[in-house]
Design a binder for this molecule. Structure first.
Ligand code: NAD
Length: 476
């Protein structure tokens, strides 16, 4: 059993004094794997004070120094790539292949885009008689989830460092080994004391951090329910918030789409990381006349997604991360059956071939209608809803028939048609014809998927204030 007893503040490890411990389980073996000592209110105050002390100096730091800090952090993370791959598999059940192709490349590429972003910000401009400046907001509280734990930490802390802001991280209690490894990279990168601090704990510690008078802005990635609570408590002090929340993204297949490309790509974007991605394309919207053909292709594409041991090199899909997630996903599958959706593949229970572990069989339903829970609720598991539509406008309306608005996809052989449909979808990101991810472009949600944007220069912009000084003219 690994024990994590120390939190990180002011460039040092300090013993956490919260008194209680949280246990984390290996999702493949279901055995307890690590114990985490929770931080007390006093520990949170120590971490926030360290960040506050660092704030004025880092706000004035030259851009060269910020780029150097980000580059050092990137190097220290890259050096630990093998260790991250290992803990992502044992702690969260992430297959080695997913870590090598997504969990590691995403934050490393994003750091590259953030470093470039430092030069893309217009830090100063003259607007008539006013010298206008982008100023760092101050101390950032970053609260992150477990599904892409390193990526979400970097999207926030990379931006904070680039913006000139110190931060206190409260990583997910579900992924402590990833957070610990990240903080070892921070320690090695030799950043100024207090620039990056980290406290351990769950909801209580998160709430304390949000309510801390020393915090100027909260940046949160996680569920919509928790996002709502955070916004509520931040309102008391008018602390700024950025919220990256859940999703129920649609892949809209127009009637001229290349199904050979569209179907395997949508299945992949639904199933990868065991469906535990906020941008999971969990609704596949198809012309009613092509539903039968699509369903056949979906079943064929599932062959690639047979659950396996996440530590094996050829495994594409492992278990879901926690017992509660396993229970929730199964409950959603049972509910979809009860609601009358047609079960095409998979189903509830533990995947075949396993007598333990949180392995869900990749599951597909067709004939899912707009008011079924499977069409409206985020499952956060490997479950795809195939939903038929009639005219193209109906397909677009169905894509938008969700309180969320994080991501989506459009497929058409005609680029102009695809673009026109993409522009009508209410989401922060709409991927056309399977284009690869772009970490320089803004990422974030509409509606109940939250607000604010991350990645590249947008991760920096998230932590900048505007300041205007009429009567001043910039001389340099
Ligand atoms: P979660 O909301 O349960 O927890 C996220 C973080 O918030 C954790 O660190 C947790 O300890 C903390 N927390 C919980 N209650 C809190 C409270 N009351 N006050 C302050 N902090 C609190 O989410 P999760 O289960 O870790 O992650 C899954 C969710 O995250 C899904 O809904 C998913 O869609 C969403 N997500 C969104 C994005 C995005 O970029 N939009 C990315 C990844 C995941």
């Amino acid at each position: 059993m690994i024990e994590y007893r120390d939190y990180y503040a002011d460039g040092r490890w300090l013993p956490a004094t919260g008194g209680t411990q949280l246990t984390q389980y290996n999702p493949t073996s279901e055995l307890a794997q690590s114990l985490l000592t929770v931080c007390s209110a006093a520990d949170v105050a120590v971490a926030v004070s360290a960040a506050r002390r660092c704030a004025p100096g880092w706000a004035r730091s030259p851009l060269d120094e910020r780029r150097r800090a980000l580059r050092a952090l990137q190097g220290a993370i890259a050096e630990r790539a093998d260790a991250f791959v290992k803990v992502l598999a044992t702690e969260l059940g992430v297959p080695v292949w997913v870590s090598r192709t997504m969990q590691l490349p995403m934050p490393l590429t994003n750091l590259e885009r953030i470093i470039e972003g430092v030069d893309q910000i217009t830090w100063r401009e003259q607007i008539g008689n006013a010298a206008v400046e982008r100023e760092p907001v101050g101390v950032i509280a970053a609260i992150t989830p477990w599904n892409f734990p390193l990526h979400q930490i970097i999207a926030k802390l990379g931006g904070a460092i680039g913006a000139g802001c110190p931060a206190v991280l409260k990583p997910s209690e579900v992924a402590p080994s990833v957070a610990r490894l990240f903080m070892e990279a921070v320690a090695e990168a030799d950043l100024p004391p207090g620039l990056v601090n980290m406290v351990w704990g769950g909801a209580d510690v998160g709430e304390r951090l949000v309510a801390s008078p020393g915090v100027d802005q909260v940046t949160f990635t996680g569920s919509t329910a928790v996002g709502r609570r955070i916004m509520g408590s931040a309102a008391a002090s008018l602390t700024r918030v950025v919220l990256e929340l859940g999703g129920k993204s649609a892949s809209l297949i127009l009637d001229d789409a290349d199904l050979d490309a569209a179907i395997p790509a949508t299945v992949r974007r639904c199933m990868v990381n065991s469906g535990q991605t906020c941008v999971a394309q969990s609704r596949l919207l198809v012309p009613r006349s092509r539903q039968a053909e699509v369903v056949q292709r979906v079943v064929a594409a599932l062959a690639e997604w047979t659950p396996g041991d996440p530590t094996h090199a050829d495994t594409r899909i492992g278990p879901v991360a926690t017992r509660s997630q396993f229970g929730f996903v199964n409950q959603q599958i049972r509910q979809a059956k009860a609601d009358g959706a047609a079960l095409i593949a998979g189903g509830p229970g533990r995947a075949a071939g396993f007598d333990r572990g949180f392995f869900v069989t990749p599951t597909v339903f067709s004939d899912v209608t707009a008011r079924m829970a499977l069409a409206t609720d985020e499952v956060f598991g490997p479950v795809l809803a195939v939903m038929p539509y009639d005219a193209e406008d109906d397909g677009i309306a169905l894509a938008n028939d969700t309180p969320y608005g994080l991501s989506g996809a459009v497929w058409s052989a005609n680029p102009a048609r695809a673009e026109a449909a993409a522009r009508q979808i209410r989401a922060g990101q709409v991927i056309v014809n399977g284009a690869p991810s772009n970490y320089g472009a803004p990422f974030g949600g509409f509606g109940q998927s939250g607000f604010g944007r991350e990645n590249g220069r947008f991760s920096i912009e998230a932590f900048l204030e505007w300041k205007s000084m009429p009567g001043v003219t910039w001389t340099s």
